[in-house]
Design a protein around this ligand. Structure first.
Ligand code: AHM
Ligand code: MG
Length: 313
């Protein structure tokens, strides 16, 4: 007789939030509403419900782009949850207020890596959740939960709510069920993921880091979608990811509020590190919605080594 659990025997995200994370009901409802939005997004990606940039549908109407559709879908679900005082999205210039008496605020990148849709690479959505109405002036350490959804050959959801980092898979009946609990990141990295690599021409420290990786590490794993590249580290349990500054993007390309902040919580809960070169991303003060930050993330010893190299030159 098989001992493999059937998918219906796997723990649901809802059950995990109740029994493992023990998050309060309002936060649980919010996270489940976010997960629900992600299901619509994965369907839109799969069915070309939305167009690629500039495409028209069968009636000759210009189709809404996937990142715009994802933004609207998430905004609608956040509003419907009744749990959100304000939100900030990569697709909007400012913080949007919903219900000032609601308990949480949410920062999100609705479709990270959307420029990779045409090449059919995995892409994702990223969320950071804070208590109260304000996010500006806080640090990512104050997040009560963070999660991302990766839309690849399979749709996965990974969350942390100060209780470890856990991975769920979307099953055939549309439920996220537990795949792996307590993901961990080892201290040493074998694989490397070099974002904003054109910065090597004007950032001598980054050039040194890349030369060292190429000489010493067996494998590069870089897709160009932060969600996928960070998920690689979490899934394989080791690795290092960087996106640091050069002339064109002095602070690197990634945003603190929607991209680096949520991953800082997810990686810390898995025993890994994230740094802006001098301090933990968890402690970088959020001063504006579109603030960028350099990031080195992953296996702790490697993150420390890379930051030393960046500082030395
Ligand atoms: P987005 O505008 O789709 O959110 O893109 C940001 C993306 C990240 O996912 C990725 O890490 C980065 O841009 C890749 O850019 P590069 O490889 O040029 O650093
Ligand atoms: Mg992004």
């Amino acid at each position: 007789m098989s001992t493999m659990p059937t998918s219906s025997a796997r723990m649901s995200l809802n059950e995990h939030l109740i029994t493992n994370a023990k998050v309060e009901d309002n936060l649980r409802h919010l996270m489940l509403d976010i997960a629900r939005a992600a299901k619509y997004i994965q369907r839109a990606i799969r069915t070309t419900e939305a167009g690629l940039a500039g495409t028209v549908n069968q009636f000759g109407e210009e189709q809404i782009k996937l990142d715009v559709l994802s933004n609207e879908c998430i905004a609608r679900h956040l509003e419907e949850s009744r749990q959100v005082a304000s939100y900030a999205s990569e697709e909007e210039d400012m913080v949007i207020e919903l219900n000032s008496k609601a308990p949480y605020s949410v920062a999100f990148d609705p479709l990270d890596g959307s420029s990779l849709v045409d090449v059919n690479f995995a892409i994702g959505s990223i969320f950071g959740i804070y208590k109260g109405k304000e996010m500006i002036g806080k640090t990512p350490r104050e997040q009560v939960a963070a999660l991302y959804v990766i839309y690849g050959p399979r749709t996965l959801l990974v969350y942390a709510a100060s209780n470890g980092t856990h991975e769920f898979i979307l099953n055939d009946v549309g439920e996220f069920t537990l795949l792996r609990e307590n993901l961990g990141i080892a201290d040493e990295a074998k694989t490397f993921s070099p974002g904003n690599s054109s910065a090597v021409s004007d950032n001598a420290g980054y050039k040194k880091v890349l030369d060292t990786w190429l000489a010493e590490k067996p494998n590069m794993r870089y897709s160009g979608c932060m969600v996928s590249d960070m998920h690689h580290v979490l899934s394989k349990g080791q690795g290092v990811f960087a996106n640091v500054g050069g002339k064109k993007y002095p602070e690197g390309k990634l945003r603190l509020l929607f991209e680096c902040g949520p991953f800082a919580h997810l990686f810390a809960q898995a025993g890994g590190s994230t740094s802006n070169g001098t301090a933990s991303i968890l402690d970088v003060k959020i001063t504006s919605v579109d603030q960028r930050t350099p990031i080195v993330a992953g296996s702790t010893k490697e993150v420390t080594k890379v930051c030393e190299m960046l500082k030395a030159s």
